[in-house]
Design a protein around this ligand. Structure first.
Ligand SMILES: CC(C)=CCC/C(C)=C/CC/C(C)=C/CC/C(C)=C/CC/C(C)=C/CC/C(C)=C/CC/C(C)=C/COP(=O)(O)OP(=O)(O)O
Ligand SMILES: O=P(O)(O)OC[C@@H](O)CO
Ligand SMILES: [Mg+2]
Length: 233
């Protein structure tokens, strides 16, 4: 399946390390979301990723792996997203893990199904921020510079403003999107209602809904009803 991320407005992110019932998965996969992203920053293994992939594969919705560790690289997804944490203090999360993975898989890859994501992690409490020692104390100018780096210098397809676990500063997200010419701006973090989904949709190109799936499925499903016509892109 060819996945066109430029059409994505809403995606759900499912964590292989967390339990989800068949009924909940059915409702998420049939919700009208543009894709299911599979990923998490801890506890993701080959086995729990294969298990989740095979369950989602019963549906037509595109299913995309966001690779977070080398042990959990599973073939068979429609697309692979490779996070590059631009504001990581530890180079392991900018190029180190990637270098190791490419030593192993480099000659085998179909590059048409792989996209880099320039991550900017802004919630210092998030597992991903702690794992990568992200420098989260950034102002809008700092974030815009990372966004331009991803878009214009490295030609990455995605800039991902990540506030995982908390709802972020939508003015900063809006200003970040304004500096992008080609990359798509994904926003994720703390979207737990249709109202917050709407605010995020007015600032970003694509919104990512994660944790609320596991605590309040009805609210999570409501976020699919977001109206994107108002963001003018
Ligand atoms: C088998 C085959 C040939 C298939 C193709 C495989 C393929 C595409 C290989 C590519 C090679 C390559 C370059 C791989 C990269 C390898 C790698 C491990 C890169 C490091 C990625 C990285 C920087 C991870 C850091 C953590 C991170 C940013 C994760 C992203 C996801 C995320 C933030 C989830 C949120 O997590 P969550 O747990 O929900 O957070 P909270 O607890 O705060 O809610
Ligand atoms: O889990 P939440 O806070 O919804 O964030 C979504 C996603 O950006 C996590 O990587
Ligand atoms: Mg999560």
């Amino acid at each position: 399946m060819i996945v066109d991320i430029r059409k994505w407005k809403h995606v759900f992110k499912l964590d292989p390390d967390r339990d989800i019932s068949d009924e909940a998965l059915d409702r998420l996969c049939l919700s009208g979301t543009d894709a299911i992203l599979v990923g998490g920053s801890s506890g993701v293994t080959f086995d729990n990723t294969v298990d989740l992939l095979s369950r989602i594969r019963q549906y037509e919705v595109p299913v995309v792996l966001e690779i977070s560790n080398q042990e959990a690289i599973v073939p068979g997804f429609d697309l692979f997203l490779i996070p590059v944490v631009l504001n990581a203090d530890d180079p392991k999360w900018i190029v180190g893990q990637h270098h190791e993975a490419l030593k192993e898989y480099g000659a085998l890859l179909n590059w048409d199904e792989i996209l880099a994501e320039g991550y900017i992690i802004l919630n210092k409490e998030a597992t991903a921020a702690q794992l990568t020692s992200a420098r989260t104390n950034l102002d809008a100018k700092d974030v815009a510079a990372y966004a331009r780096m991803a878009d214009k210098l490295f030609h990455m397809s995605i800039v991902y403003v990540e506030y995982s676990g908390t709802f972020g500063d939508m003015e900063l997200v809006r200003r970040t999107r304004q500096v992008l010419e080609n990359a798509r701006l994904l926003y994720g973090g703390g979207i737990d209602s249709l109202e917050k989904a709407q605010q995020a949709a007015e600032a970003a190109d694509t919104i990512v809904v994660g944790n609320i799936i596991y605590s309040d499925l009805e609210q999570a499903l409501q976020t699919v009803n977001v109206n994107f016509d108002r963001n003018g892109r």
